[in-house]
Each structure stands twice: as structure tokens, then as C-alpha cells.
Design a protein around this ligand. Structure first.
Ligand code: SAM
Length: 238
């Protein structure tokens, strides 16, 4: 994988619009998104503020990309650049999100850099994840607010986004337990390819998949099996 310095170098090239990101996200994005540079994709960012991220994403993604930004602040409407759309509404409003998805989805890349409150991050994820394409990424920034009571968080607070994301780790692995009643197979096991936790940043990768197989390979002969899913007599998988 080739790693560029596009994101790390961007702040020094920024114009008169303020960009507001934690610095280490830029290094993560250079690594995580290197294969996305110049690709024509459908992109959504929640949170515009002073509009500094619009030229960053526009300069990185392909010229044929569809770039949509949303913010609750009507003043952000004026920050749209040619070739981008800024929609005004509340990221915690399912009706608004439904309209955004209908008008602009499905998306390849979604970045939540909005209000960072628990119900906002969780509602947006619940309503937009189904509108993310296979192999797409859903990135949630500033998840340290999960530890801030003022944002609805707190250490091990069950309603926090971090706890919600930890629960999705369990859902991703729900192929593998024997507890059909208490921990049944969840549909997200077929959809989540990976969940990466960085400092303050969670990245969910969508991978539509069949129940996993294990392989035994010897002398070039490969045998595939789902025994690992069957050993505990689970009924809910097949
Ligand atoms: C951290 S700033 C966005 C920074 C911008 N993405 C950047 O990289 O420079 C957060 C933005 O989220 C917006 N916001 C707050 N609550 C929101 C909500 N419920 N729905 C949509 N946007 C919201 C704020 O108005 C603010 O402009």
C-alpha cells in the first residue's frame, strides 16, 4: 500500500476557510484512504462549521465525485463550493436523514463530524449505515465525547457511542456463539467487515458477506469448511 501525505500536508495549504480536525486524524486518513485518492465516489460529511473540510475532501476525491455536506446551522448553506451540496438539517432527525439518503445516497464514504452528542452519532449511524455501499467506510470523529457527561457520555456509560460501537463488535462476531436465545445471529454479522478504533476515531467497514469459512490447505489442495460455525449446534445461522 502506498501512503501519501495528502491529509497531513493539507493544513499548510488551507485557504481562508477554517478546518477543524484533530491533527492525528490526518495521519490516519493518509493511511486509511490512500486507495481512495482520485476515485469518483459518493461522499457525505456531517458537520461543516467554517467549511474548511470541503476543499480538503474535494481535492482528494475524484472530480466526478458527489460531495454532500450537512449541518444544522443555516449559515453553512453559503459555504457550498461549486460541485458540492450543503444540506441544512439535524443529524439526529430520522426524517431528514431519510431525505438525504433518498436524494443523495447511497454513499461510499460517510464522515460524522457533527454535534458529537451520543444520540446524534447513534441516530446518524443507525439511519445512514444501511445507505452505505458495500466496501464503503463509515467514520465517526471525536468519539472522546463518549467520556464527557455534557455530551451524554461517561466512563462505561451504556448510552455512549463507544459502548454502542463495542456492542457492534459483538454483533460482528455473532456467528460464533452457542447462545441462540441470548445472543442470536445479528444481521450486521453479514455486513460489518471490520471496526477500527483509533484515538477518538472509529471506522466501520461495510463488507457484505456469507457465513465465514475456514480453510485447510496442503500441497496446494484447499478444503473449505463451516465446521467452526456448526460445532456448537447453533441453529440461527443457516
Ligand atoms: C466540529 S464542527 C465541523 C467541522 C468540519 N467538519 C471541519 O472539518 O472543519 C461541527 C459542526 O456540526 C454542526 N452540528 C452540531 N449539531 C448538529 C446536528 N444536530 N446536526 C447537524 N450538524 C450539527 C455544528 O453546527 C458545527 O458546524
Amino acid at each position: 500500500m502506498t501512503t501519501t501525505r495528502y491529509f497531513r500536508d493539507f493544513p499548510a495549504r488551507s485557504g481562508d476557510r477554517m478546518l477543524l480536525k484533530m491533527e492525528h486524524y490526518l495521519e490516519v486518513y493518509d493511511e486509511l484512504l490512500s486507495d481512495w485518492q482520485g476515485r469518483d465516489v459518493s461522499f457525505l460529511e456531517i458537520g461543516v462549521y467554517k467549511g474548511g473540510s470541503l476543499p480538503m475532501w474535494q481535492g482528494f476525491l475524484g472530480a466526478g465525485s458527489r460531495l454532500v455536506f450537512l449541518d444544522i446551522d443555516p449559515a453553512c448553506r453559503d459555504l457550498a463550493l461549486p460541485g458540492t451540496v450543503v444540506e441544512i438539517g439535524d443529524q439526529a432527525d430520522p426524517v431528514f436523514l431519510e431525505r438525504i439518503a433518498r436524494d443523495h445516497g447511497p454513499f461510499d464514504l460517510i464522515v460524522d463530524d457533527g454535534g458529537h452528542k451520543m444520540h446524534q452519532q447513534i441516530t446518524s449511524f443507525r439511519h445512514l449505515w444501511p445507505r452505505l455501499r458495500d466496501c464503503g467506510l463509515y467514520i465517526v470523529e471525536d468519539v472522546h465525547t463518549s467520556y464527557w457527561p455534557g455530551f451524554g457520555g461517561g466512563f462505561r456509560e451504556p448510552a455512549s457511542f463507544i459502548e454502542f460501537a463495542k456492542d457492534l463488535i459483538d454483533r460482528m462476531h455473532s456467528w460464533y456463539t452457542e447462545d441462540d436465545a441470548g445472543f442470536p445471529l445479528h444481521p450486521l454479522a453479514r455486513e460489518i467487515g471490520s471496526i477500527r478504533f483509533h484515538d477518538s476515531l472509529v471506522v466501520f467497514e461495510k463488507r457484505l458477506k456469507e457465513p465465514p469459512v475456514s480453510i485447510a490447505a496442503q500441497d496446494g489442495k484447499v478444503t473449505r469448511s463451516r465446521k467452526i460455525l456448526e460445532v456448537r449446534g447453533r441453529r440461527s445461522i443457516f
